[in-house]
Design a protein around this ligand. Structure first.
Ligand SMILES: *Cc1c(COP(=O)(O)O)cnc(C)c1O
Length: 348
């Protein structure tokens, strides 16, 4: 147990289960650039239907699905509104500038969430030639850097109304949308109705090795498919990966609530045994701990690592722990024993 490593750096670290591998091995394959991989087509049709939309596009990463959406929705020089903590702005390698040549307006939301009033106040006057033309609003649900925070769906609908009134397009980075849906009463179709496009990740809480899906109208997806080819993202016999996605959608959504329950427990343990002084509200599977001013995140993370507990620095005094499919109740017990040991040896 002492040598066992508890890895809570990210929910991307999961390995495919034997059942998922079985599904992957048995997938029927074809060339997806020719649109002839039956399993990829099945996944795309399944996801489009789930969200009540016409079409979907299977891609290797959520960065690609987000970037394709932004590229297709904007023209060079247009402006994208997003939260200052958003993944599309912070964690996609400057992709908005590189791929879409768009200007970005970042807003200081609430744990990564924008309000309708903030969006309304950030829209430029389209008749003022000094200002970039506001074209697209990107929301993230749940928010990563906001600690797995969930949007209020009524606020999303109010943002949609603002977008409609100003001719703006609305995209959702739903990397962890199923985590949000687990805790609320909305359905994928409710989201499909409100957003022009949605990106979901299969490689986070759903436990796939690879994969994200972009969802929208058939015209939009056709443009995204062309842009994906130009980015070098046209893949061939991708059906094995799509099979993992189909398996995950059928079998892993229902277990997300366990991740959320365990995240709350992790939060309590961290507050009891470590130098973390407070937590962001733990709403889903992400726990962000706040350290005192005099303890830097990198120092804390290194000390945790000495105790075989892995977490991520998430700002100067912030650390992130993420629960996932490969972190079970017995791992929770192991974590508690390790934290107890850590507590008795801690010098800070
Ligand atoms: C993980 C993640 C993505 C996509 O990341 P990839 O590693 O490119 O798949 C997008 N948005 C959010 C909020 C994420 O957490």
């Amino acid at each position: 147990m002492e040598n066992e490593v508890i890895d809570l750096r990210s929910d991307t670290l999961t390995l495919p289960t034997p059942e998922m591998k079985h599904a992957m091995n048995n997938a029927v394959l074809g060339d997806d650039v020719y649109h002839e991989d039956p399993t990829v087509n099945q996944l795309e049709e399944k996801v489009a239907a789930m969200f009540g939309r016409e079409a979907a596009l299977f891609c290797p990463t959520g960065t690609m699905t987000n970037q394709l959406a932004i590229k297709v929705h904007t023209k060079p020089g247009d402006e994208v509104i997003c939260d200052q903590l958003s993944h599309v702005y912070l964690y996609e390698g400057g992709g908005i500038a590189m791929n879409a040549f768009s200007s970005v307006r970042t807003l200081a939301g609430d744990y990564g969430k924008l309000s309708a009033a903030m969006v309304r106040d950030a829209i430029n006057n389209p008749n003022d030639i000094h200002q970039p033309i506001t074209r697209l609003v990107v929301l993230e649900n749940t928010t990563n850097k906001g600690g797995g925070s969930i949007y209020n769906f009524d606020e999303i609908k109010r943002i949609k109304t603002i977008c409609k009134d100003h001719g703006l397009i609305l995209h959702l980075d739903g990397a962890r949308l199923f985590n949000a849906l687990t805790e609320t009463s909305e359905t994928p179709k409710d989201y499909g109705e409100v957003f022009d496009s949605i990106s979901i990740c299969l490689s986070k809480g759903l436990g796939c090795p690879v994969g994200s899906v972009l969802i929208g109208s058939s015209v939009f997806i056709k443009q995204a498919r062309r842009a994906r080819k130009a980015m070098g993202g046209g893949w061939r016999q991708a059906g094995g990966l799509a099979a993992a996605g189909i398996y995950a959608l059928d079998n892993h959504i229902s277990q997300l609530k366990n991740d959320h329950f365990r995240a709350k427990k992790v939060g309590e343990l961290l507050m009891t045994y470590t130098d973390i002084i407070s937590l962001y509200p733990v709403e889903t599977n992400i726990v962000i701990g706040v350290l005192p001013e005099n303890i830097e995140a990198v120092t804390f993370v290194a000390k945790m690592k000495e105790n075989n507990i892995l977490c991520s620095p998430f700002g100067k005094n912030l650390v992130r722990f993420v629960t996932h499919l490969d972190f079970t109740d017995s791992h929770l017990d192991v974590l508690e024993s390790k934290l107890k040991l850590y507590n008795t040896s801690r010098i800070l």
